[in-house]
Design a protein around this ligand. Sequence first.
Ligand code: GH3
Ligand code: MG
Ligand code: MG
Length: 563
Amino acid sequence: MAAPSDIQQPHALRRFYEAIVERGSEEDVRTRAQGGYFVFGGILALVSLLLPHSGQMYEAGIAALGVSACLSGVLLLLVPQILPPQLLTAVLGCGNVLVSLGVYFSQSTTSVYALLYVWIGFQAAYFFPRRHAALHLTGIMISYAVVLASVPGADRGQRWLLLVGVVLVIGLMVTVLRERVDRLIARLADAARTDALTGLLNRRGFQELMEVEIERALRSSRPLAILVGDLDHFKHLNDRYGHAAGDVALRRFAEIASLASRRIDAVARIGGEEFALLLPDTEQHAAYLMAERLRRAAKEDSSHAGPDLPTVSFGVAAFPTHAPDAEALMHAADQALYAAKAMGRDRSVIYNPEVLASVLGGTLEPVAGNEHLSAVLVLAETLDLRDSSTSSHSQTVGRLSALIAKALGFEDAHVERIRLAGVLHDIGKIGIPDWILHKPGPLDEAEWAEVRKHPEMGARIAASARLEDISEWIQFHHERCDGTGYPSALPASEIPVESKILAVADAYEAMTAERAYKRAMPAAEAEAELRRESGTQFDGEVVDALLGAIAFGVDQPKGAELH
Ligand code: GH3
Ligand code: MG
Ligand code: MG
């Protein structure tokens, strides 16, 4: 058996051929082919002068034709880029003129150089679309007629008819053959990129498309995201109901994914029970929401008889945020998927090196009793990293919220619930674009409107993770006791006390934490500010509870954080 290196290493002659003829664009290949014909025709003309020939021939003319054909041919072979593609057809026209001149310089209707018209016809049919080819063939008919009329000799009509007939038939055959081959290649290329079971793109098709879309994203400075989804415990379904039922499930999921995606998205089956979506013009958080939508759609699918679809886990990665090229992007999404599996499946995870390290390092176990919770927690942590490059804001707000709740005398279970709400309070910020979140100057009205949506968005996400109580508290954590907060401008009496706790914890953390763009405010100043806003922005009792707890010295980082 041949060693693998023998198989992969092309023959030296083939390498040379590829270097000369096949390298470069399609236009370069065509230009080089024409150059080759010119060189070969020129050499034939020069060599023919050495052989016995008629005395009426203009030898100098033939020699000049031979040399100029050789020189221009060499130029086209070596630097094909010199010729704009639009002029390629003109070069073939020049070939026609050279052949006609050759016939003319022979000064005889029996000139052998007329045979070279066959090359021109062949090239016209092989390299050019039908209309161009027809023009060239007409050019041959006219120029051969003109040149036959201007040289001495007999049988002009016969010679013209036979040569033109041969050229036309060859041209026609080559055109038909080429079009059939083109169609066949297109069909094979489609088949090579299509998954036979689902009709989606296959892995190869997906990768090729991803390369193209990344190029486009780079040129237009737009984001792009991919989702990689894997059906959970698919083997069980196969084992229990058989391979055919497994295939039906794969087709159903393919259908759901295709229906849920936009027209510009591409859906692929990139492995046995692994699917991928390419989402142009989409940043990571919108992609996460898409993955969640898809995950729910698969779960709620009841359009078919037979066993339920398995749940799906998704990994989400975005270009250029997470990876600089197609391969790294795929790897990032795979890693995120791996983390989703490790965290208990049936969830979507955005790629994030730090979070993944902690998940895959085994520190983030699914929280008992709520399979969605850890995914949401990871999301909160991911958001912290995006906001401030430290993953402590959510944790600190969680800790302060618990502290206040305890000081207010809440029961332990309630305190823990409030701690969780603190950790999750900003989760709705996934809906706010990066450029607003990181804008250094003041926000304009439209940008503020975006920011103001985050409590409601967070409430929706918490509700989708079945955290209904926390969802309500998050929704109102930007309400104010003087009734001027958002999103609902509730009066103090209607704001849940848990939301009031989140508001105070959030504000205190924001004031006392150091950020890239601001220094930390000293604790005393922050406390004074809370007192000043007590009764207007904040609930007086809640502020007192926090200040009391701080004064009492219990605001020390706790060892046992949520996770
Ligand atoms: P996990 O949640 O970790 O992804 O578990 P899993 O069982 O889904 O993953 P695993 O990789 O162990 O098994 C994948 C299964 O998918 C094994 C293989 O039999 C099945 N499979 C792969 N391709 C096809 C296919 O074309 N049709 C069917 N019916 N099953 C397939
Ligand atoms: Mg699987
Ligand atoms: Mg798999």
